[in-house]
Ligand binder design. Structure first.
Ligand SMILES: Cc1ncc(COP(=O)(O)O)c(C=O)c1O
Length: 429
Protein backbone atom coordinates (compact mmCIF):
# COMPACT_ATOMS: atom_id res chain seq x y z
CA UNK A 1 0.00 0.00 0.00
CA UNK A 2 1.59 3.30 -1.05
CA UNK A 3 1.60 5.79 1.80
CA UNK A 4 3.98 8.53 0.64
CA UNK A 5 2.00 11.49 1.93
CA UNK A 6 1.16 9.69 5.17
CA UNK A 7 4.85 8.99 5.72
CA UNK A 8 5.73 12.65 5.14
CA UNK A 9 3.06 13.80 7.54
CA UNK A 10 4.06 11.25 10.16
CA UNK A 11 7.68 12.37 9.96
CA UNK A 12 6.54 15.94 10.45
CA UNK A 13 4.17 14.93 13.28
CA UNK A 14 7.03 13.31 15.20
CA UNK A 15 8.56 16.74 15.60
CA UNK A 16 5.43 18.01 17.29
CA UNK A 17 3.90 15.10 19.18
CA UNK A 18 5.55 12.45 21.38
CA UNK A 19 5.71 9.36 19.18
CA UNK A 20 4.08 11.36 16.39
CA UNK A 21 0.56 10.92 17.74
CA UNK A 22 -1.86 12.27 20.32
CA UNK A 23 -3.16 8.92 21.54
CA UNK A 24 -0.74 5.98 21.68
CA UNK A 25 -2.65 3.25 19.85
CA UNK A 26 -2.56 5.36 16.69
CA UNK A 27 1.20 4.80 16.50
CA UNK A 28 0.67 1.04 16.53
CA UNK A 29 -0.14 1.08 12.79
CA UNK A 30 3.19 0.12 11.17
CA UNK A 31 5.45 1.19 9.58
CA UNK A 32 3.63 4.47 10.25
CA UNK A 33 0.02 5.52 10.70
CA UNK A 34 -1.94 6.34 7.55
CA UNK A 35 -3.57 9.74 7.53
CA UNK A 36 -7.30 9.94 6.88
CA UNK A 37 -8.89 12.29 4.40
CA UNK A 38 -12.56 11.47 4.81
CA UNK A 39 -15.00 8.92 6.20
CA UNK A 40 -18.47 7.84 5.04
CA UNK A 41 -20.55 4.85 6.11
CA UNK A 42 -18.26 1.86 6.70
CA UNK A 43 -15.40 3.47 4.78
CA UNK A 44 -12.47 5.76 5.30
CA UNK A 45 -10.28 7.17 2.57
CA UNK A 46 -6.65 7.80 3.31
CA UNK A 47 -4.78 10.85 2.21
CA UNK A 48 -2.88 8.59 -0.21
CA UNK A 49 -6.13 7.58 -1.89
CA UNK A 50 -6.80 4.14 -0.37
CA UNK A 51 -10.35 3.19 0.46
CA UNK A 52 -10.55 1.09 3.63
CA UNK A 53 -13.46 -0.73 5.26
CA UNK A 54 -13.26 0.49 8.82
CA UNK A 55 -13.61 -1.85 11.82
CA UNK A 56 -12.05 0.66 14.22
CA UNK A 57 -14.73 3.34 13.85
CA UNK A 58 -13.00 5.83 16.10
CA UNK A 59 -12.62 3.06 18.73
CA UNK A 60 -16.33 2.76 19.31
CA UNK A 61 -18.41 5.92 18.97
CA UNK A 62 -19.51 5.55 15.34
CA UNK A 63 -22.22 2.91 15.62
CA UNK A 64 -24.03 4.54 12.70
CA UNK A 65 -20.88 4.67 10.59
CA UNK A 66 -18.96 7.73 9.44
CA UNK A 67 -20.72 10.99 8.62
CA UNK A 68 -24.24 9.66 9.10
CA UNK A 69 -26.68 12.17 7.53
CA UNK A 70 -28.98 12.30 10.60
CA UNK A 71 -26.06 13.33 12.81
CA UNK A 72 -24.65 15.69 10.22
CA UNK A 73 -28.00 17.47 9.88
CA UNK A 74 -28.42 18.13 13.61
CA UNK A 75 -24.81 19.18 14.10
CA UNK A 76 -24.90 21.53 11.12
CA UNK A 77 -28.13 23.12 12.41
CA UNK A 78 -26.56 23.55 15.85
CA UNK A 79 -23.37 25.07 14.45
CA UNK A 80 -25.31 27.80 12.74
CA UNK A 81 -26.62 28.83 16.19
CA UNK A 82 -23.22 28.77 17.90
CA UNK A 83 -21.46 25.96 19.73
CA UNK A 84 -20.71 26.94 23.31
CA UNK A 85 -22.50 29.33 25.63
CA UNK A 86 -21.32 28.70 29.19
CA UNK A 87 -25.01 28.59 30.02
CA UNK A 88 -27.49 25.71 29.76
CA UNK A 89 -28.95 24.51 26.47
CA UNK A 90 -32.13 22.45 26.03
CA UNK A 91 -30.49 19.57 24.12
CA UNK A 92 -28.76 18.38 27.32
CA UNK A 93 -32.17 17.78 28.92
CA UNK A 94 -33.31 15.85 25.86
CA UNK A 95 -30.23 13.63 25.95
CA UNK A 96 -30.59 13.10 29.71
CA UNK A 97 -34.23 12.04 29.14
CA UNK A 98 -33.05 9.37 26.68
CA UNK A 99 -30.50 8.08 29.20
CA UNK A 100 -33.12 7.99 31.92
CA UNK A 101 -35.52 6.12 29.63
CA UNK A 102 -32.94 3.53 28.55
CA UNK A 103 -30.94 3.10 31.77
CA UNK A 104 -33.50 3.96 34.43
CA UNK A 105 -31.40 6.40 36.48
CA UNK A 106 -32.79 9.74 37.69
CA UNK A 107 -29.77 11.88 37.02
CA UNK A 108 -26.83 12.46 34.74
CA UNK A 109 -23.68 14.63 34.76
CA UNK A 110 -22.26 15.25 31.30
CA UNK A 111 -18.49 15.60 30.96
CA UNK A 112 -16.18 15.49 27.95
CA UNK A 113 -14.58 12.06 27.78
CA UNK A 114 -14.83 8.56 29.16
CA UNK A 115 -11.80 9.33 31.29
CA UNK A 116 -13.53 12.27 32.92
CA UNK A 117 -16.59 10.09 33.45
CA UNK A 118 -14.69 7.42 35.38
CA UNK A 119 -12.70 10.04 37.32
CA UNK A 120 -15.99 11.62 38.36
CA UNK A 121 -17.67 8.29 39.14
CA UNK A 122 -14.84 7.23 41.44
CA UNK A 123 -14.87 10.60 43.19
CA UNK A 124 -18.65 10.35 43.67
CA UNK A 125 -18.29 6.81 45.06
CA UNK A 126 -15.63 7.90 47.53
CA UNK A 127 -17.60 10.99 48.52
CA UNK A 128 -20.85 9.10 48.90
CA UNK A 129 -19.48 6.16 50.91
CA UNK A 130 -16.76 8.02 52.80
CA UNK A 131 -14.40 5.13 51.88
CA UNK A 132 -11.21 5.25 49.84
CA UNK A 133 -10.53 1.80 48.35
CA UNK A 134 -11.55 0.81 44.82
CA UNK A 135 -11.63 -2.61 43.15
CA UNK A 136 -10.93 -3.04 39.44
CA UNK A 137 -10.11 -5.99 37.17
CA UNK A 138 -6.98 -6.73 35.22
CA UNK A 139 -7.42 -5.87 31.54
CA UNK A 140 -10.30 -3.44 32.07
CA UNK A 141 -9.45 0.01 30.79
CA UNK A 142 -11.23 3.02 32.24
CA UNK A 143 -9.37 5.82 30.51
CA UNK A 144 -6.23 7.64 31.60
CA UNK A 145 -7.51 7.79 35.15
CA UNK A 146 -4.88 7.86 37.95
CA UNK A 147 -6.92 5.64 40.28
CA UNK A 148 -7.64 3.03 37.63
CA UNK A 149 -4.52 2.93 35.48
CA UNK A 150 -3.27 -0.22 37.15
CA UNK A 151 -2.99 -3.41 35.07
CA UNK A 152 -5.18 -1.64 32.54
CA UNK A 153 -6.06 -2.81 29.04
CA UNK A 154 -5.99 -0.96 25.71
CA UNK A 155 -2.80 0.94 24.84
CA UNK A 156 -1.50 0.42 28.39
CA UNK A 157 -1.42 -3.34 27.70
CA UNK A 158 -0.18 -2.90 24.15
CA UNK A 159 2.85 -0.94 25.35
CA UNK A 160 3.36 -3.19 28.39
CA UNK A 161 2.63 -0.47 30.95
CA UNK A 162 0.98 -2.34 33.80
CA UNK A 163 1.55 0.62 36.13
CA UNK A 164 2.02 4.07 34.62
CA UNK A 165 4.93 6.14 35.82
CA UNK A 166 3.78 9.45 37.22
CA UNK A 167 1.14 7.91 39.47
CA UNK A 168 2.32 7.79 43.09
CA UNK A 169 2.32 4.34 44.75
CA UNK A 170 0.29 5.80 47.58
CA UNK A 171 -2.55 6.31 45.12
CA UNK A 172 -2.24 2.93 43.31
CA UNK A 173 -2.29 1.20 46.70
CA UNK A 174 -5.88 2.32 47.09
CA UNK A 175 -6.85 0.18 44.10
CA UNK A 176 -7.19 -3.59 44.43
CA UNK A 177 -6.88 -5.48 41.15
CA UNK A 178 -8.57 -8.85 40.66
CA UNK A 179 -8.86 -11.31 37.77
CA UNK A 180 -11.95 -10.88 35.63
CA UNK A 181 -14.56 -13.64 36.01
CA UNK A 182 -12.84 -14.91 39.18
CA UNK A 183 -15.66 -15.23 41.70
CA UNK A 184 -13.58 -16.77 44.52
CA UNK A 185 -11.02 -13.97 44.66
CA UNK A 186 -13.81 -11.43 44.63
CA UNK A 187 -15.69 -13.05 47.50
CA UNK A 188 -12.46 -13.45 49.51
CA UNK A 189 -11.40 -9.85 49.00
CA UNK A 190 -14.83 -8.59 49.99
CA UNK A 191 -14.82 -10.76 53.10
CA UNK A 192 -11.51 -9.24 54.14
CA UNK A 193 -11.84 -5.63 52.95
CA UNK A 194 -15.47 -5.11 51.87
CA UNK A 195 -16.27 -2.53 54.52
CA UNK A 196 -13.50 -0.24 53.27
CA UNK A 197 -14.35 -0.50 49.60
CA UNK A 198 -16.06 2.51 48.06
CA UNK A 199 -16.75 0.90 44.69
CA UNK A 200 -16.10 -1.93 42.32
CA UNK A 201 -15.75 -0.75 38.75
CA UNK A 202 -15.62 -2.93 35.66
CA UNK A 203 -16.24 -3.10 31.98
CA UNK A 204 -19.30 -5.36 31.93
CA UNK A 205 -17.78 -6.85 28.76
CA UNK A 206 -14.09 -6.02 28.34
CA UNK A 207 -13.46 -4.29 25.02
CA UNK A 208 -9.91 -3.25 25.86
CA UNK A 209 -8.06 -6.56 26.09
CA UNK A 210 -9.44 -7.83 22.86
CA UNK A 211 -13.02 -8.73 23.68
CA UNK A 212 -13.64 -10.69 26.89
CA UNK A 213 -17.16 -11.60 27.93
CA UNK A 214 -18.39 -11.94 31.50
CA UNK A 215 -19.93 -14.99 33.10
CA UNK A 216 -23.39 -14.04 34.23
CA UNK A 217 -22.67 -15.61 37.64
CA UNK A 218 -19.68 -13.28 37.99
CA UNK A 219 -21.87 -10.23 37.37
CA UNK A 220 -24.53 -11.50 39.78
CA UNK A 221 -21.91 -12.11 42.47
CA UNK A 222 -20.58 -8.59 41.98
CA UNK A 223 -24.06 -7.25 42.60
CA UNK A 224 -24.60 -9.40 45.68
CA UNK A 225 -21.22 -8.71 47.25
CA UNK A 226 -21.38 -4.94 46.74
CA UNK A 227 -24.86 -4.86 48.24
CA UNK A 228 -23.71 -6.93 51.19
CA UNK A 229 -20.85 -4.55 52.08
CA UNK A 230 -22.39 -1.23 51.05
CA UNK A 231 -19.93 -0.65 48.21
CA UNK A 232 -21.15 0.87 44.96
CA UNK A 233 -21.17 -1.21 41.80
CA UNK A 234 -20.11 0.83 38.77
CA UNK A 235 -20.48 -0.47 35.23
CA UNK A 236 -18.14 1.39 32.93
CA UNK A 237 -20.38 1.40 29.87
CA UNK A 238 -18.26 3.83 27.86
CA UNK A 239 -18.05 1.15 25.15
CA UNK A 240 -21.01 -1.12 25.94
CA UNK A 241 -23.55 1.67 26.51
CA UNK A 242 -25.92 1.80 23.51
CA UNK A 243 -23.64 -0.81 21.89
CA UNK A 244 -24.88 -4.08 23.42
CA UNK A 245 -28.44 -2.73 23.37
CA UNK A 246 -30.24 0.58 23.92
CA UNK A 247 -29.90 -0.11 27.65
CA UNK A 248 -26.27 -1.25 27.31
CA UNK A 249 -24.84 -4.14 29.32
CA UNK A 250 -27.14 -3.24 32.21
CA UNK A 251 -30.12 -4.26 30.10
CA UNK A 252 -28.34 -7.02 28.17
CA UNK A 253 -27.34 -8.87 31.35
CA UNK A 254 -30.24 -7.65 33.56
CA UNK A 255 -27.94 -6.42 36.30
CA UNK A 256 -28.62 -3.17 38.09
CA UNK A 257 -25.40 -1.35 39.02
CA UNK A 258 -25.55 1.70 41.31
CA UNK A 259 -23.86 3.91 38.78
CA UNK A 260 -22.76 3.78 35.15
CA UNK A 261 -20.33 5.74 33.08
CA UNK A 262 -21.11 6.43 29.44
CA UNK A 263 -19.18 8.02 26.57
CA UNK A 264 -18.39 7.36 22.90
CA UNK A 265 -21.82 6.56 21.28
CA UNK A 266 -23.79 9.06 23.40
CA UNK A 267 -21.80 11.86 21.74
CA UNK A 268 -22.38 10.53 18.22
CA UNK A 269 -18.64 10.84 17.51
CA UNK A 270 -18.10 14.17 19.31
CA UNK A 271 -16.28 14.41 22.66
CA UNK A 272 -18.42 13.28 25.58
CA UNK A 273 -18.63 11.36 28.81
CA UNK A 274 -21.39 10.94 31.38
CA UNK A 275 -22.08 9.56 34.82
CA UNK A 276 -25.59 8.36 35.61
CA UNK A 277 -27.07 7.17 38.92
CA UNK A 278 -30.06 7.84 41.11
CA UNK A 279 -30.67 11.11 42.91
CA UNK A 280 -29.39 9.97 46.30
CA UNK A 281 -25.95 9.23 44.90
CA UNK A 282 -25.80 12.05 42.34
CA UNK A 283 -26.80 14.66 44.90
CA UNK A 284 -23.28 14.55 46.36
CA UNK A 285 -22.09 16.36 43.20
CA UNK A 286 -21.50 20.10 43.05
CA UNK A 287 -23.45 22.37 43.17
CA UNK A 288 -25.89 20.22 45.21
CA UNK A 289 -23.20 18.51 47.26
CA UNK A 290 -19.51 18.73 47.99
CA UNK A 291 -17.97 16.30 45.48
CA UNK A 292 -16.45 18.56 42.89
CA UNK A 293 -16.88 18.34 39.16
CA UNK A 294 -16.95 21.14 36.60
CA UNK A 295 -16.06 21.63 32.94
CA UNK A 296 -15.95 24.45 30.41
CA UNK A 297 -17.17 22.05 27.75
CA UNK A 298 -19.54 19.93 29.87
CA UNK A 299 -22.81 19.27 28.01
CA UNK A 300 -21.62 21.23 24.99
CA UNK A 301 -24.48 21.59 22.51
CA UNK A 302 -22.70 19.97 19.56
CA UNK A 303 -22.02 16.70 21.41
CA UNK A 304 -25.54 16.79 22.86
CA UNK A 305 -27.32 17.06 19.49
CA UNK A 306 -24.97 14.56 17.83
CA UNK A 307 -25.69 12.07 20.64
CA UNK A 308 -29.42 12.68 20.41
CA UNK A 309 -29.45 12.15 16.65
CA UNK A 310 -27.51 8.92 17.08
CA UNK A 311 -29.79 7.55 19.78
CA UNK A 312 -32.88 8.46 17.75
CA UNK A 313 -31.52 6.38 14.87
CA UNK A 314 -30.67 3.53 17.24
CA UNK A 315 -34.24 3.56 18.54
CA UNK A 316 -35.39 2.65 15.03
CA UNK A 317 -33.67 -0.70 15.44
CA UNK A 318 -32.04 -1.00 12.01
CA UNK A 319 -28.50 -0.06 13.13
CA UNK A 320 -28.45 -2.94 15.62
CA UNK A 321 -29.87 -5.39 13.09
CA UNK A 322 -27.24 -4.55 10.46
CA UNK A 323 -24.23 -4.23 12.75
CA UNK A 324 -24.99 -7.25 14.96
CA UNK A 325 -25.73 -9.59 12.05
CA UNK A 326 -22.53 -8.46 10.34
CA UNK A 327 -20.48 -9.17 13.46
CA UNK A 328 -22.02 -12.64 13.82
CA UNK A 329 -21.27 -13.45 10.21
CA UNK A 330 -17.71 -12.20 10.44
CA UNK A 331 -17.06 -14.13 13.65
CA UNK A 332 -18.42 -17.27 11.99
CA UNK A 333 -16.16 -16.75 8.98
CA UNK A 334 -13.07 -16.32 11.14
CA UNK A 335 -13.91 -19.44 13.15
CA UNK A 336 -14.26 -21.43 9.91
CA UNK A 337 -10.96 -20.08 8.62
CA UNK A 338 -9.18 -21.03 11.85
CA UNK A 339 -10.50 -24.57 11.35
CA UNK A 340 -9.66 -24.70 7.67
CA UNK A 341 -6.08 -23.49 8.06
CA UNK A 342 -5.55 -25.37 11.34
CA UNK A 343 -4.55 -22.21 13.18
CA UNK A 344 -5.19 -22.22 16.93
CA UNK A 345 -7.41 -19.40 18.03
CA UNK A 346 -10.55 -18.19 19.73
CA UNK A 347 -13.10 -15.70 18.44
CA UNK A 348 -15.09 -13.61 20.86
CA UNK A 349 -18.21 -11.77 19.70
CA UNK A 350 -21.15 -9.95 21.21
CA UNK A 351 -23.64 -7.64 19.50
CA UNK A 352 -21.55 -5.58 17.01
CA UNK A 353 -18.12 -6.24 18.55
CA UNK A 354 -15.68 -9.06 17.91
CA UNK A 355 -12.04 -10.02 18.21
CA UNK A 356 -9.84 -12.98 17.38
CA UNK A 357 -7.11 -14.23 19.74
CA UNK A 358 -4.49 -16.59 18.35
CA UNK A 359 -4.34 -18.50 21.63
CA UNK A 360 -3.11 -22.10 21.97
CA UNK A 361 -5.70 -24.89 21.94
CA UNK A 362 -5.31 -25.23 25.73
CA UNK A 363 -7.21 -21.93 26.08
CA UNK A 364 -10.70 -23.08 25.24
CA UNK A 365 -12.18 -19.68 26.06
CA UNK A 366 -10.53 -16.31 26.72
CA UNK A 367 -12.07 -15.36 30.06
CA UNK A 368 -9.52 -12.98 31.55
CA UNK A 369 -6.42 -10.92 30.79
CA UNK A 370 -4.01 -13.80 31.51
CA UNK A 371 -5.71 -15.89 28.81
CA UNK A 372 -5.61 -12.96 26.38
CA UNK A 373 -1.90 -12.50 27.00
CA UNK A 374 -1.23 -16.07 25.83
CA UNK A 375 -2.29 -14.99 22.32
CA UNK A 376 0.29 -14.83 19.54
CA UNK A 377 0.36 -11.06 19.16
CA UNK A 378 2.78 -11.14 16.23
CA UNK A 379 0.29 -13.24 14.27
CA UNK A 380 -2.43 -10.71 15.08
CA UNK A 381 -0.25 -7.85 13.85
CA UNK A 382 0.39 -9.82 10.67
CA UNK A 383 -3.37 -10.25 10.20
CA UNK A 384 -3.82 -6.52 10.70
CA UNK A 385 -1.13 -5.66 8.11
CA UNK A 386 -2.31 -8.17 5.51
CA UNK A 387 -5.92 -7.02 5.86
CA UNK A 388 -4.83 -3.41 5.50
CA UNK A 389 -3.18 -4.32 2.19
CA UNK A 390 -6.54 -5.76 1.10
CA UNK A 391 -8.45 -2.64 2.14
CA UNK A 392 -9.72 -3.69 5.58
CA UNK A 393 -8.77 -1.74 8.71
CA UNK A 394 -8.94 -3.68 11.98
CA UNK A 395 -7.32 -2.33 15.17
CA UNK A 396 -3.52 -2.57 15.07
CA UNK A 397 -3.38 -4.05 18.57
CA UNK A 398 -4.55 -7.41 19.88
CA UNK A 399 -5.79 -5.52 22.93
CA UNK A 400 -8.51 -3.62 21.07
CA UNK A 401 -11.84 -4.73 19.63
CA UNK A 402 -13.38 -4.62 16.16
CA UNK A 403 -16.58 -2.63 15.84
CA UNK A 404 -19.28 -2.75 13.18
CA UNK A 405 -21.81 -0.07 12.32
CA UNK A 406 -25.08 0.47 10.51
CA UNK A 407 -22.88 1.42 7.53
CA UNK A 408 -21.45 -2.12 7.29
CA UNK A 409 -23.87 -3.24 4.60
CA UNK A 410 -23.84 -6.47 2.63
CA UNK A 411 -21.34 -5.17 0.13
CA UNK A 412 -18.83 -4.04 2.78
CA UNK A 413 -19.23 -7.32 4.60
CA UNK A 414 -18.76 -9.46 1.49
CA UNK A 415 -15.61 -7.54 0.61
CA UNK A 416 -14.34 -8.03 4.15
CA UNK A 417 -15.02 -11.77 4.08
CA UNK A 418 -13.20 -12.04 0.75
CA UNK A 419 -10.24 -10.18 2.26
CA UNK A 420 -10.14 -12.52 5.28
CA UNK A 421 -10.28 -15.53 2.94
CA UNK A 422 -7.41 -14.10 0.90
CA UNK A 423 -5.12 -13.37 3.85
CA UNK A 424 -5.75 -16.25 6.24
CA UNK A 425 -3.68 -18.74 4.31
CA UNK A 426 -0.76 -16.29 4.34
CA UNK A 427 -0.68 -16.01 8.12
CA UNK A 428 1.60 -18.97 8.66
CA UNK A 429 4.02 -18.12 5.82
C1 LIG B 1 -14.41 1.21 28.84
C2 LIG B 1 -13.75 2.53 28.66
N1 LIG B 1 -13.81 3.44 29.64
C3 LIG B 1 -13.26 4.65 29.53
C4 LIG B 1 -12.57 5.00 28.40
C5 LIG B 1 -11.97 6.36 28.27
O1 LIG B 1 -12.70 7.11 27.36
P1 LIG B 1 -12.03 8.37 26.63
O2 LIG B 1 -11.01 7.81 25.68
O3 LIG B 1 -13.18 9.05 25.97
O4 LIG B 1 -11.39 9.19 27.70
C6 LIG B 1 -12.46 4.10 27.34
C7 LIG B 1 -11.73 4.45 26.12
O5 LIG B 1 -11.50 3.69 25.23
C8 LIG B 1 -13.06 2.83 27.48
O6 LIG B 1 -12.97 1.92 26.50
Amino acid sequence: MRMDRSRELYEEARKYFPGGVNSPVRAAVKPYPFYVKRGYGAYIETIDGHKLIDYVLGYGPLILGHAHPAVYKKVAAQLSDGWIYGAPHEAAIELAKKIRKHYGYDMVRFVNSGTEATVTAIRIARGYTGRKYIVKFEGCYHGANDSLLVKAGSAASHYGISASQGIPNELSQLTYVLDYNDINSLVNLMKEKGENIAAIILEPAIANTGLILPDIEFLKTLREETEKYGSLLIFDEVVTGYRLSLGGAKQYYSINPDMITLGKIIGGGFPIGAVAANHEIMSVLTPLGKVFNAGTFNANPVSMVAGLATIEELEKGYPYRIANLGAEELAKTIRELLEEYKIDGYVSQIASMLQVFFVPRSVSRVKNASDAKKANKELYVKLHSLLLEKGVFIPPSQFETCFLSAGHNKDALEKTITAYNDVFGMLRE
